[in-house]
Design a protein around this ligand. Structure first.
Ligand code: SF4
Length: 402
């Protein structure tokens, strides 16, 4: 999409709107096309933070004709949106769209845009040293764990994060802790948490945690020295139920350790564990909406649309139930009658499943990550209709099938 196409009326200009999806949101009606009925989750797609970040990039493009514009990395984890910015002259410093040379090509006076996930402290310092103009689209909800980890470090706690070690947001949070000379450890999920808890309870030695979490902890993290006080936060887009369970089990393990060391009842052991829920409201709402859509009466199929790198999209898949299959697809072109291209949740790799559409009437439920434009959602519904030899009429005529 070119920038000229983006600037319509003020209400329309940024948000990749779709009349079909607007209609489905407003009426709560499904789309019926041939033998399929497609329902969308009550809350899905672009969150406030993404809408704002995307708008800020379009503004930066509009206000800086002739200047070099850089995105530090993907603005959000959606290939279509990043590609739109690239087509409008924005270059990328890091990540899959990076220009050769990256940071070395950034010059004084260039505009550098910080993505919604925030940025690592050393990159911020480098931009300042070069003398770039910075456009910071960091979502305010991402700043919440930042404020909390500052407090934890001041209080002498090691920061334990439930998150994905390589995710942009978590890397930024860890770099902030490093810059404050604190210690951090990232737990990917229950398996990591169980290892930590067993060692905290004294059922396994602490020292081997160093090697086990080498890529998931601060450089000088020493499990025998650094776990006396723990402060937990989570990446804003994790599965909320999993974050709550992990915080609970780590807190219980710390309390059991302290009670045993001090020979006190668990309830009287000193509080050397703190937890602060930093899941953002949009992530929580989208997960709740998927549970509501698929929990009581599972549809035949559940599809979630979003970038393969998108943490919140992957977690929507984990929250869903379906009778025959759940699929994380990245783009409308992933869908065809005989095959579906999707991200395998076990391996994290792209996979193709043939014969994925069961015969007979099908109820299909659809959600989308917080970085997925409505226009892409509408295109997926049209591809689903095509896959069963039908089509979707425009919403003015009640969005039913031909
Ligand atoms: S998913 Fe949450 S934290 Fe991420 S941009 Fe949206 S509102 Fe902000």
């Amino acid at each position: 999409m070119r920038i000229e196409d983006k600037y319509g009326s003020p209400d329309e200009r940024y948000s990749y709107k779709s009349a079909l999806i607007d209609w489905m949101r407003r009426t709560h009606e499904p789309v019926r096309a041939g033998r399929i009925t497609v329902r969308i989750a009550e809350k899905l797609g672009f969150c406030w933070g993404v809408d704002r970040a995307v708008a800020m990039v379009w503004d930066a493009i509009r206000k800086n004709p002739g200047r070099r514009l850089w995105l530090l990395n993907q603005i959000i984890h959606n290939p279509k949106v990043n590609e739109d910015f690239r087509q409008n002259g924005v270059q990328f410093i890091f990540g899959k769209y990076a220009e050769p040379g990256g940071f070395n090509r950034v010059q004084k006076g260039d505009v550098v845009i910080i993505p919604a996930f925030s940025a690592e402290v050393e990159h911020l310092m480098r931009m300042e040293a070069i003398g770039c103009e910075i456009v910071d689209t960091t979502c305010p909800w991402v700043e919440k764990p930042h404020r909390r980890v500052r407090k934890y470090v001041e209080e002498g706690c090691t920061v334990v994060i439930h998150g994905q070690p390589g995710h942009d947001e978590t890397r930024a949070t860890c770099s902030l802790v490093d810059s404050l000379h604190g210690k951090w450890l990232v737990l990917r999920g229950h398996e990591d948490a169980d290892l930590l808890c067993a060692a905290l309870r004294g059922e396994a030695p602490l020292a081997p945690l160093r090697g086990r979490f080498l890529q998931q902890s601060s450089r000088d993290f020493d499990p025998e020295r650094d776990l006396s006080r723990i402060g937990m936060v989570n990446q804003t887009t994790m599965l909320a139920t999993e974050s709550a369970e992990i915080a609970k089990k780590v807190g219980a393990a710390v309390a059991a350790r302290d009670a045993s060391t001090l020979r006190l009842p668990v309830a009287k052991a000193p509080a050397s564990f703190k937890d602060f829920d930093t899941i953002c409201p949009a992530t929580q709402d989208n997960q709740d909406a998927v549970i509501a859509l698929t929990g009581a009466t599972p549809p035949d199929l559940f599809l979630v649309l979003g970038g393969y790198d998108s943490s919140n999209t992957a977690n929507l898949l984990r929250a869903a139930h379906a009778r025959y299959g759940t699929y994380h697809v990245q783009e409308p072109s992933s869908i065809a009658a005989d095959a579906i291209r999707h991200r395998d949740p076990t391996t994290g790799q792209e996979a193709i499943t043939y014969g994925w559409l069961p015969s007979g009437p099908l109820q299909i439920a659809l959600s989308a990550g917080a970085s997925t434009p409505d226009t892409e959602l509408a295109a997926v519904i049209r591809k689903l209709a095509e896959a069963v030899g039908a089509s979707v009429t425009e919403p003015q005529s009640a969005a039913t099938a031909s």
